[in-house]
Design a protein around this ligand. Sequence first.
Ligand code: PEP
Ligand code: MN
Length: 338
Amino acid sequence: MVVAMEQWATEEQIAAVIARLQEHKLDVHRSTGTSRTVIGAIGETHMLDLQAFEVMPGVAEVVRISEPYKLASRTFKREDSIVHVGDVPIGGKEIVVIAGPCSVESLDQTRRTAERVAAAGARMLRGGAFKPRTSPYSFSGLGEEGLEILRTVADEFGLKVATEAMDRTQIDAVVAYADMLQVGARNMQNFTFLRELGKTRIPIMLKRGLSATYEEWLMSAEYIMAGGNHDIVLCERGIRTFETYTRNTLDIAAIPVIKKLSHLPIIADPSHGTGRRDKVIPMARAAIAAGADGLLVEAHVDPDHAFSDGVQTLNLDQFDELMGQLRLITPVLGRTIR
Ligand code: PEP
Ligand code: MN
């Protein structure tokens, strides 16, 4: 349930409500928005008499959250959340572009890519050091050496780093080198991993599972939030459908739906979402027009020789073209881009 306080409610009144909820052994989360404080209480609330809270001084409204996800829901928090990845805010007015190769292959490849994507306006560098691959014989990343490369190169060009950890044993290394930890599509429902991430304080990019519903996706975000880490950015990366022409079907409708159901920021990945280089720019435009807070885009200095996902990876001229187009679109949407 959610207890929304009046705008003029005092700290004592807020504390009294929190204490009363805690008497009922509920897990209490306070969210202080620009206009008012909202208190979320999770646990066995069905036996509670809501009126007993409604009459407490300073209380504006008490509502039950009907959705199975609580902390992630719009009912819990009406205002959009902004996730700060260092000095990069995701979920505000600015469209944030995270770009880079599928995999970190070498210092030279990463540096040449990063230099150009930074110059074109990307705020963050992506690149896999630990790669989830369908075949055990495929290139699976440089591991810690890859993380070091990402950090060095990102610092050189003023970028933040987003990279994937595939299991709990990789969390510490990613936290040590990166600014944002990516949970891959195949791990979206790895619940023990999600619980571990709840204990960290690094911003999380939670990719949608290959066949996950919106509710399942938000429940995965809830796992991380229930552990205490509320800095989550959702990433629509395409789902499996009957269509085989594209690698996945980028579900653009997910963007307005998630915006309605949740306060969390959402970005789109048109690279994995289509699997084809020539379809990335149009789908990126569509995602931004639909309200996405940013993009995750694969770009590479020489995509035809990339170790992974070359077919869906933009070359650096195409990346410039994408940014140029986004710069035309964003003002119409009332947003900004670097
Ligand atoms: C990636 O971003 O390179 C990746 C492996 O993504 P996904 O988990 O969405 O397949
Ligand atoms: Mn990839």
